[in-house]
Design a binder for this molecule. Structure first.
Ligand SMILES: [Zn+2]
Length: 422
């Protein structure tokens, strides 16, 4: 998937040499690749900014916005820039849909020895007052995706090899068909504690081959279990958006789900949906969520809730299986969507109702119409934050979709033995 490769490091670290070589290599594989370099961009923008901290910040933000625009136009961008500001890199992480930060790290001793532009010697002689990294408040990258130590032990070609190796592993292949060509739909930013190794964001992508929507992340299932158990819980209050979400679904509910249906909502979160169900007279509702805290709050609100995720069986107490299972804005985040669907199939009665709601990314992104066809639109609407949602009814559509696409070797966990649920 097309990305912005933000190659950062101090003046003389070797950004441009490595970046240029990397660009040339990447361009051979992807012709939609561009090379940008700080010095070059300064010229392009008319060299109107100086080297004070404020001007450097302005400069860096220009590059960030430019890269963001190009990424949206499906370009791969290799951008070599000093831009040693946390705020700039944070902006990049938050705003650029697909972003990879590569930090070329060198020791101060190496920099002084190299001193290509004479910057360090003139700084030391007191001529250069605003040398990034020596005087102007340099902030070293805190969460780079890749660090390359570049003190001369490796050649530039070897460094580029390391980048190529890294990016091959960085993108996850589709959990259904095994392909790697995917479009980024949305970036999920997570509040990960400072000392925890889980990446603080991941992309929700759609496979261009089969249409599966999945989480593009290098983190493992255990990592995310930990995150969703300990860090991800929601406040008690239902927001305006939540009420609207329920209203959007109400029409479908009335059509397909009777008030005495045995219902399960997986990933209940703050419980807006399950609480609304109870309020509207649905009496047999159960929820699950991986977060202890969310479960505790829902139980306090009088709702039968269990700590569990989408991959584990939670059967109803009073009946053998559920009449209806809901996944609300959960499906697109699953690490193994096939495994989740298989599990749901085991818990659902034959001809039971399976309802998914996912953000309608095509409305956000304009031309993205590549939502998999199992996310059929049967109901939609606009919430206060402007998102549209679509829902589907009918597990068999989903199963048919998976069965047609799953390759035996893909390891997505989608398995047979679920025909009784159809
Ligand atoms: Zn696929």
């Amino acid at each position: 998937m097309n990305k912005v490769y933000w190659i950062t490091g101090l003046s003389g670290a070797g950004k441009t040499t490595i970046g240029k070589l990397f660009y040339e290599k990447l361009r051979k594989e992807h012709c939609n690749t561009l090379f940008l370099d700080g010095d070059m961009l300064r010229q392009v923008f008319g060299d109107d900014l100086g080297y004070s901290e404020e001007d450097r910040r302005k400069c860096a933000m220009r590059y960030s916005r430019l890269c963001n625009m190009l990424q949206k136009q499906e370009m791969n961008v290799v951008c070599c820039t000093i831009s040693m500001f946390d705020s700039v890199r944070e902006w990049n992480r938050k705003n650029i849909l697909s972003y990879c930060e590569i930090y070329i790290k060198v020791s101060m001793q190496t920099l002084q020895e190299r001193d290509q532009k004479g910057l360090y010697s003139s700084y030391l002689q007191g001529k250069e007052k605003e040398l990034a990294g020596v005087q102007v408040g340099m902030e070293e990258p805190r969460h780079p995706d890749l660090i390359l130590q570049n003190d001369g032990e490796k050649t530039p070609d070897e460094q580029v090899e390391a980048i190529m190796e890294f990016i091959k592993k960085a993108d996850r292949s589709c959990p259904v068909c095994g392909e790697k060509k995917a479009k980024v739909l949305k970036k999920i930013n997570m509040a990960v504690p400072e000392n925890y190794h889980l990446p603080d964001s991941y992309e929700v992508v759609v496979c261009e081959e089969c249409g599966c929507v999945y989480a593009n992340t290098r983190a493992s299932m255990e990592d995310y279990d930990w995150y969703y158990t300990h860090c991800n819980f929601y406040g008690d209050d239902c927001k305006d958006d939540d009420n609207l979400r329920f209203e959007i679904t109400q029409e479908l509910l009335e059509k397909y789900v009777s008030k005495d249906a045995v219902i399960l909502e997986m990933g209940a979160g703050n419980g807006f949906f399950i609480k609304a169900l109870k309020k509207h007279g649905y009496s047999h509702v159960t929820g699950t969520d991986p977060s202890d805290e969310s479960v505790r709050r829902l139980r306090e609100a009088g709702i039968q809730t269990y700590v569990s995720d989408v991959y584990a069986e939670v059967l109803p107490e009073e009946k053998e299986k559920y009449d209806c299972i809901f996944l609300f804005e959960v499906a697109e985040h699953l690490l193994f969507p096939g495994r989740g669907i298989s599990n749901i199939a085991k818990m659902l009665k034959p001809h039971g109702i399976f309802m998914i709601s996912v953000p309608d990314y095509s409305k956000i992104e304009g031309d993205l119409t590549c939502i998999p066809n199992y996310f059929k639109r049967t109901g939609s609407g606009c919430t206060a934050s402007g998102l549209f949602f679509r829902s589907i009814v009918g597990l068999s559509d989903v199963i048919t979709w998976y069965e047609a696409r799953v390759s035996e070797t893909c390891g997505c966990g989608f398995n047979a033995g679920i025909s009784e649920s159809r």
